[in-house]
Design a protein around this ligand. Structure first.
Ligand SMILES: Nc1nc2c(c(=O)[nH]1)N[C@H]1C(S)=C(S)[C@@H](COP(=O)(O)O)O[C@H]1N2
Ligand SMILES: [Mo]
Length: 331
């Protein structure tokens, strides 16, 4: 039996309710009263279960076929004034609903099989292809970037990601002029990923960016962290990092990039469009319908700090939104 002890950096539920609790009416109607029972038994378990911290590092990767590539050299353009979040913390406090709707999924996530792993690039492109993840990673210019990450639940961390600019993948795909969005999709395998047996969620996890966002310098494909291949709980073997947006935009364990003229409906938007919009740009002045976004708990520090517009990345991205007519949520 494990005794629960709450860490200082864990957010009390009254400040940040886990994302799963509210279901929109459409899904509610789709899935009947059974959902209520299930939702109740899921509870508010954001902080359930004490971590065996030593298990966390086990997630890394001497056997990873890309291990020889890391560490990669740091791009000094992307450093930050905040201290890095210790690996023991960021690797044991994760959102990865494919493995459960709470934060302590890191040992469950070790069930993720990351080889063989194929990535499909399709849709409105001149160079559609299906390629092996190792081929893709080895074809791309890898670098390290220190990025802040701000979850919509009002916690944040600072992580040394390794990977490549998403615009390099866009260049390789060679999109047609009809492509206006990149839609990204996570694997779907409910036998492997127990969370995907929670059938009331709209699996697979989907996210999307406009082409302008996807080709912005900041949009980063992550294949490593802390100078090693990406550990499974962070979304191995490849996930997105878009640090000016709320964390749910940074989709994990991607198997497909589809270039399309249609705006994708993302996983959280499908679940609750009133609370999780397409844009999801970090904005301290626009509260989530159920909590403030003015401040954030910095994992590992026990401190709350003010949240910044675009999570502090306005110099890179503010120009993308200056002509936006409709005022979508979170912006
Ligand atoms: N496929 C998938 N991607 C996902 C999620 C998820 O549940 N499934 N959670 C998102 C959310 S809400 C956050 S905050 C980040 C968490 O990333 P981390 O666990 O590396 O901190 O991943 C995002 N990407
Ligand atoms: Mo999040």
């Amino acid at each position: 039996m494990l005794i629960k002890s709450k860490k200082g950096w864990e957010i009390p539920e009254r400040e940040a309710t886990p994302q799963e609790i509210f279901f929109n009416r459409r899904r509610f109607l789709k899935t009947t009263g059974l959902v209520l029972a299930s939702a109740a038994s899921m509870g508010l378990g954001a902080c359930d279960g004490e971590a065996e911290e030593s298990a966390a590092g086990a997630a890394s990767s001497s056997s990873d076929p890309t291990a020889d590539l890391y560490p990669v050299s740091r791009n000094e353009r992307y450093t930050i004034e905040r201290e890095l979040t210790p690996k023991s913390i960021s690797s044991t406090y994760n959102n990865f609903y494919e493995f459960g709707s709470h934060k302590r999924i890191y040992d469950k996530a070790q069930e993720l099989k990351i080889r063989p792993w194929q990535v499909v690039i399709d849709g409105e492109v001149n160079n559609p292809e299906t390629l092996d993840i190792d081929t893709l990673i080895r074809a791309m210019p890898l670098e390290e970037r220190l990025y802040r990450h701000r979850c919509v639940e009002a916690w944040s961390m600072t992580v040394p990601w390794s990977g490549f600019a998403l615009k390099e993948l866009v260049k390789r795909a060679d999109p047609k002029s009809s492509a206006r969005y990149v839609r990204m999709e996570t694997f779907q395998d409910p036998e492997m990923a127990s969370g995907q047996r929670q059938y009331w969620y709209p699996w697979p996890y989907v996210e999307g960016l406009t082409m302008e966002e996807a080709t912005n310098d900041l949009a980063f494909m992550v294949t490593g962290v802390y100078g090693e291949p990406l550990a499974k709980q962070y979304g191995a073997p490849i996930r997105l990092a878009v640090p000016w947006k709320y964390g749910f935009k940074s989709i994990k364990s991607i198997v497909r990039f589809t270039f399309t003229s249609q705006r994708p409906v993302s996983f959280w938007e499908e679940i609750n469009p009133q609370e999780y919009g397409f844009w999801a740009n970090v904005n301290p002045e626009v509260p989530h319908p159920r909590w403030s976004q003015a401040t954030e708990e910095v994992l590992g520090t026990g401190k709350r700090v003010p949240t910044q517009l675009f999570n502090g990345y306005g110099e890179y991205v503010a120009g993308l939104y200056k002509d936006m007519q409709d005022k979508p949520i979170y912006f």
